[in-house]
Design a protein around this ligand. Sequence first.
Ligand code: DGL
Length: 266
Amino acid sequence: MEAPIGVIDSGVGGLTVAKEIMRLLPNETIYYIGDTARCPYGPRPRHEVRNFTWQMAKALEKKGIKLLVIACNTATAVALNSLQKYFSVPVIGVVNPGARAAIKHTKRHEIAVLATQGTIESGAYEEAIASLSSSAHVVPLACPTFVPLVESGEYKSTMAARIVAAGLQPLKQASFDTVILGCTHYPILQSYIEKTLGKQVTVLSSAEETAKDVQGILAQRGELATGNPQHKFYATGSVPIFKDIATDWLALSNVAVERIQLTSND
Ligand code: DGL
């Protein structure tokens, strides 16, 4: 079926998931909303994040999506269950796929979770990991400086390396063999994160497992697309900044970005 897959995030972070969906399912069209005007979601109260997430989901529902990916851990933690109940199309999040990726790779069952304040406080990763392995130990760390760095577009600078190293300082004494990037913005900083933590640690994101979930659901429903994709990107904030980051990260030459306004009536 040629209807688009909807992907939502507080900003450009969900592009890390969109990229993996494009790689695994090259015929699928993606409609993406980044709520860049109200990013970051991480420090916001739960009810606000839930509200904003509903607005994005409803805006894409109107555009006729066949499946929705909440490509934001902070939003997944507070809104996945309610969206799954309300929407007639399948809705998936990124926390369970991230937890699955971590459990598949960890040898010592010691997993560090890097995420936003909201995701860490929700305990969503602890819960998801505990449901897969009763012996796993989780070391949670909120990295509040990372999302503003990525959204600024300055993520390939020496300043970026310094900010990442400083943000990961609290992990110095901790014991873990696997790190899950529990915020979809963080894979954009992955090389700095890996450099800071060293070779003995495996750094993973939820993107690959999430894309596999999308593939599995669409295949099961007989809804995989066969045509040429016509991706569309919508940002609530600056179109040029979003376009620059999307062009760079997705390595696409013509990224079509439009401004979108979200209201509580959406
Ligand atoms: N990319 C999002 C996440 O995965 C949200 C980042 C934010 O807006 O704070 O949590």
